[in-house]
Design a protein around this ligand. Structure first.
Ligand code: HPA
Length: 264
């Protein structure tokens, strides 16, 4: 059975737990090695990748985004549900709520952010997050009675530091709703590889200057831990609701063929 669906677990999501018959796959990609766990859930083969490593040792600016997506591509993955802890800039998007992000603003600086190394490819990015997967997530969240938003603009910063008050004010003026450090280039590489990608952003805090006092990584981790069970149910419900064989325009992202992943 092929692996059609993958979960990329962000901060606080390091273990698929619910999968059975789990095996570890180590794949050497042209961008370096990547590790993924594959197991089954109610007759579906699912891959799980811990974005920051199983022990959260890799910070957001040093994640091997290309290696991770190339690894999932190699496994034959067509759909990715990625979790992301985020700060909120929008008073209506509150800690504990989920946002199925639909847009991003890219404020990253020094990350390898494309598979394109030859030829001229300008990929359409009008809708970076797969509308089909976002709809499935919204349906699943409704079934489970979770508090969620159907869309929101994710501002991706370089990190690893949190933002200044002035930066958050600026991001808000530019139309940002959420701030985090990982969705770009992950979502872009998935589109280049012709893989549908949806982000499940979990609001852990109000961003700098909106929250009272200083921010800490610990409060983000604590909030994710508090909500881990709900998040797991949401992902698993979405996986049950997903037809792994569905066709989507994300699969033919760069014209007729996806961008070639790898140099070989
Ligand atoms: N800023 C950036 N990344 C984050 C935040 C934040 O406030 N909260 C969780 N991830």
């Amino acid at each position: 059975m092929s692996v059609k669906t993958a979960i990329i677990g962000g901060t606080g999501v390091y273990d698929p737990q619910i999968l059975s018959g789990v095996r570890e796959e180590r794949i050497t990609t042209p961008y370096g090695p990547a590790k993924v766990v594959v197991g089954s859930y109610r007759g579906r083969e699912i891959a799980f990748m811990a974005r920051h490593g199983a022990d959260h040792s890799v910070p957001p600016h040093l994640v091997n985004y290309r290696g991770n997506i190339a690894c999932l591509k190699e496994l034959g993955v067509k759909n990715i549900f990625a979790t992301a802890a985020v700060g909120s800039l929008n008073k209506d998007m509150k800690p504990g709520q989920y946002v199925f992000v639909d847009q991003f603003l890219d404020f990253t600086k020094g990350r390898p952010s494309t598979f394109v190394e030859e030829g001229v490819v300008h990929l359409d990015m009008t809708e970076p997050y797969c509308p089909g997967l976002r709809g499935i997530l919204a349906g699943a969240a409704e079934k489970l009675g979770l508090e969620f938003h159907r869309g929101g603009t994710y501002v991706c910063t370089e990190g690893p530091r949190f933002e200044t008050m002035a930066e958050i004010k600026m991001f808000r003026q530019l139309g940002g709703d959420l701030v985090g450090m990982t969705s770009v280039p992950e979502v872009v590489l998935a589109r280049e590889a012709g893989i549908c990608y949806a982000a499940i952003a979990m609001v852990t805090n109000f961003a700098a200057g909106i929250s009272a006092g200083k921010l800490s990584h610990q409060e983000v981790v604590d909030m994710m831990a508090e909500n881990a069970e709900k998040l797991r149910s949401l992902i698993m419900q979405a996986i049950l609701d997903l037809d792994g064989d569905r066709h989507c325009s994300c699969h033919l992202a760069a014209g007729e063929e996806p961008v070639r992943v790898g140099r070989g």
